[in-house]
Design a protein around this ligand. Structure first.
Ligand code: DQA
Length: 148
């Protein structure tokens, strides 16, 4: 059993109503309910944390009570040296997820401070990106590439 932390950054609590033409109509609770079901089926433990505050996200990582993370750092992806440092400091592998594909959007979204330290980046697949991230974790754990 792998302990997975799903870390969600600023404004993702507004999914469902936030720019639905970009992010879709699914709420964060609906996405998390689907992931919880999927984790149960795969036999992994999963925990969820969303915050609009950089320090709260960093404090959650410092708890180190997980083996692997799925991280959508939202806008902090493009700005936060501190979140990058925290991910390196706790030394837990993570998969980066974005609902949209930031690399095809405004130029400031093309700066990504997490991409090069992520095991994998899944972008532009909407809520399905989270499902694929958990599938990928399961595959990598089975292959011995990630801790179980
Ligand atoms: C996002 C992309 C980011 O550029 C943006 O700031 C978000 C959401 C995504 O999931 O597509 O808040 O991370």
């Amino acid at each position: 059993m792998t302990r997975v932390l799903v870390l969600q950054g600023p404004n993702l609590n507004l999914l469902g109503t936030r720019q639905p033409e970009i992010y879709g109509r699914m709420t964060l609770d609906e996405i998390h309910a689907g992931l919880a079901r999927q984790a149960r089926e795969l036999g992994h433990a999963i925990d969820f944390f969303q915050s609009n505050h950089e320090g709260a996200l960093i404090d959650r990582l410092h708890q180190r009570d997980f083996d692997v993370a799925i991280v959508n750092a939202a806008g902090l992806t493009h700005t936060s040296v501190s979140l990058r440092d925290a991910l390196l400091a706790v030394a837990r592998p993570f998969i980066e997820v974005h609902l949209s594909d930031p690399s095809t959007r405004e130029p400031f979204r093309q700066v990504n401070l997490l991409h090069d330290i992520a095991v994998e980046s899944i972008v532009g697949q909407g809520p399905g990106g989270y499902t694929r991230a958990l599938e990928s974790i399961d595959r990598r754990v089975a292959a011995g590439e990630l801790p179980r």
